[in-house]
Design a protein around this ligand. Structure first.
Ligand code: FAD
Length: 631
């Protein structure tokens, strides 16, 4: 068994915004840091983020501040959010955006030269710092530039660019290693990570006392998704298998506007900025149907006539925002209902029209990527005709349960940040809150990991039997001539899409769980033809373990939560239930293959944070007992 080995203080798995920001922090704290990523360096979901990073800088509307951002985030998450995370996020996002600017990010500007901020669903004021509709690209470019700057500094001081920070690209981690216990389970501390190079299939072990997971989402468990191939829930599964808990896994964000046509691009994202910049949703009767779908909790915040909604774009002080800018879960459900009622577009979506709302040149200037995307992929000119759009699996609110301040998971030495962590967004994430989440909690997790390492007396040693077990597990699909992994994957995707999708019913979710159980048996027999050298069938066979574990978490939690809230809609329990609001569903695995879900009560929000809300509003979310305690 010949395995390449490296020793680091901190290993960050994932090179999106959260991973890069964590790695920069760990390196700035003097730690020898590795960044490992499954695909090319620079290719992560963060790059695809279009709309912007939400931060209450108050540049466009000086009434904005962290308290308003905190309130919007809690409302968006239907109060299920980890309030401490929402507080830290609202307070620290502006500093993280300014820091990016100091590191070279070129944000769009207001007329008076400040960082421009745009409107987005659920945000009371224009709040998203952006670079056209390519904000994620600029964020990653800037963070990569910062990594290079640190490497140049290291070259000057140590004669080696990679002395303190090194990137391992196209390298997939399949197991976290610990200093005690079996391959999985609750015992022991993190001591390393095991993975393989995608190109050669050769194996690699990182000896490290601290791992920061920043692996992003799980979208590839669904057929219609905005996510790309890497997003197979690896970090979620790695954490679970190492003995950490996942929370809020039932909450999946179906973005209201994915492309629906042509079939080859179904699910690709149409940014919310189209609506933020004036685009409207219409059904096949030409009706702006969102006015029929304003829920009671938002009634006083949204325009009830088209005229008022339209006036808001130019006069926000005296008008309420149009309902096209309701939080994503509301808009996605409304589109779903219109299509089901037979008022959809020819290809099974609804119409999103910006062509009659803005001059062609303005559309090209504000939404260059969208203009290009529709022209190239669907032969649609969005300056002249409407787009057809429908819900697409986009983001998971659930993830690794972490300490809000440090990003530490339950396993000593394990940290998580970004989409792979849970809690910050509650039951539904507001657009733009992810990019700022990555920066705030990426930094905190990097710092948490560095401080953890500082406090260690001695480095935990890698348990060599675990390395052998991880090695055997990785090789297994190559040693079988069993079932095709693509068939198992497709069945999982269809099952999750059809039975644990945007609207859920107990019997359908239960049926999905039965299918997942059968797929878990079939995956043991999956074989990958060919060698270890660049073999995508083998890679998928390994990813399937993760997708199945994560799908089981989603389905089990979805069955247990008997209410509708944010990204979890139960047809058989249509209302929000305050009794369920404080309950978190916590997933764990004892044997590495089956998932257990337990209920946990979330701690009450701090009094000063309660006081930021109107009591009448709180009545919509809290039980009488909680309201009494909040006095
Ligand atoms: P990612 O950026 O997803 O990076 C994950 C990293 O982990 C990658 O480098 C990947 O290769 C690596 N990885 C995964 N598994 C492994 C493994 N096993 N081993 C090694 N490496 C691994 N949010 C906003 O706030 N504003 C927006 O405008 C916005 N637009 C979006 C548009 C699209 C099309 C999409 C898909 C998402 C958008 N989001 C937006 C959401 C946001 O981009 C993501 O939630 C966020 O970028 C996730 O960042 P991250 O750092 O957690 O992970």
């Amino acid at each position: 068994m010949e395995i390449e080995r490296h020793e680091y203080d901190v290993v960050v798995i994932g090179a999106g915004g959260a991973g890069l920001r964590a790695a920069i922090e760990a390196r700035q704290q003097g730690k020898r840091t590795a960044i490992v990523c499954k695909s090319l360096f620079g290719k992560a979901h963060t790059v695809m983020a279009e709309g912007g990073a939400a931060a209450a800088m108050g540049n466009v509307n000086s009434d904005d501040n962290w308290q308003v951002h905190f309130r919007d985030t809690m409302r968006g998450g239907k109060f299920l959010n980890n309030w401490r995370m929402a507080e830290l996020h609202a307070k620290e996002s502006p500093d993280r955006v300014w820091e990016l600017e100091a590191w070279g990010a070129l944000f769009d500007r207001t007329k008076d030269g400040k960082i421009s901020q745009r409107n987005f669903g659920g945000h009371e004021y224009p709040r998203l710092a952006h670079v056209g509709d390519r904000t994620g690209l600029e964020l990653i470019r800037t963070l990569q530039q910062r990594v290079v700057a640190l490497q140049q500094e290291d070259h000057e001081n140590h004669g080696d660019y990679e002395a303190y920070i090194k990137v391992f690209a196209e390298c997939t981690v399949t197991r976290l290693l610990k200093d005690a216990g079996s391959v999985h389970g609750p015992h022991g501390r993190i001591s390393g990570a095991f993975g393989y190079w995608r190109e050669t299939g050769n194996f690699i072990v990182f000896d490290t006392p601290a791992v920061v997971l920043a692996t992003g989402g799980i979208g590839k468990s669904y057929v219609v998704t905005s996510n790309s191939w890497e997003y197979t829930g690896d970090g979620h599964a790695l954490a679970l298998l190492a003995g950490a808990n996942l929370i809020n896994m039932e909450f999946i964000q179906f973005h209201p506007t994915g492309m629906v046509w042509p079939p080859s691009v179904r699910g690709i994202l149409v940014t919310e900025s189209v609506r933020g910049d004036g685009g409207v949703l219409r059904n096949s009767d030409g009706k702006r149907f969102m006015f029929d779908y304003i829920p009671d909790v938002f009634k006083d915040k949204y325009a009830t006539t088209e005229e008022e909604g339209d006036r808001w774009y130019t006069d926000q002080a005296n008008n309420r925002r149009p309902p096209e800018l309701l939080p994503r879960d509301e808009v996605a459900r409304a589109i779903n209902s219109e299509v089901k009622a037979g008022r959809g577009s020819p290809q099974g979506g609804v119409f999103l029209d910006v062509s009659t709302r803005l001059p062609a040149e303005e559309i090209k200037r504000r939404l260059p990527s969208m203009h290009h995307q529709f022209k190239e992929l669907a032969d649609v000119d969005i300056t002249a005709e409407p787009m057809q759009v429908g819900p697409t699996c986009h983001y998971i609110m659930g993830g690794v349960e972490v300490d809000a301040d440090t990003g530490a998971a339950a396993v000593p030495g394990l940290f998580a940040a970004g989409e792979v962590s849970g809690g910050m967004h509650g039951s539904n994430r507001l657009g733009g809150n992810s990019l700022s989440d990555l920066l705030v909690f990426g930094r905190r997790a990097g710092l948490g990991a560095a401080e953890y390492v500082n406090a260690l007396d001695a480095r935990p040693a890698v348990h060599e039997e675990s390395v052998e077990a991880a090695h055997a597990e990785a090789l297994a699909p190559l040693e079988r001539t069993g079932e095709n992994p693509y068939e198992v994957h497709h069945e999982l995707q269809r099952t999750m899409n059809d039975l644990v999708g945007i609207i859920r019913k107990a019997e359908e979710v239960a049926e999905a769980m039965e299918v997942v159980e059968k797929l878990k048996e079939r995956v043991q027999l999956v074989g990958a033809a060919g060698s270890r050298i660049y073999n995508p069938g083998w890679h998928l066979a390994l990813d399937l373990r993760n997708m199945l574990l994560v799908s089981e978490c989603v389905a089990r939690a979805a069955l247990l939560r008997e209410e509708s809230r944010g990204g979890h809609t139960r047809d058989d329990f249509p209302g929000m239930n305050p009794e369920w609001r404080r309950k978190l569903l916590v997933c764990s695995t004892a044997d590495g293959s089956s998932v257990t879900v337990e209920e946990k009560v979330q701690p009450s929000m701090r009094k000063d944070l309660f006081d930021l809300f109107d009591r009448d509003e709180l009545k919509k979310y809290l039980t009488d007992e909680e309201l009494g305690n909040a006095k």
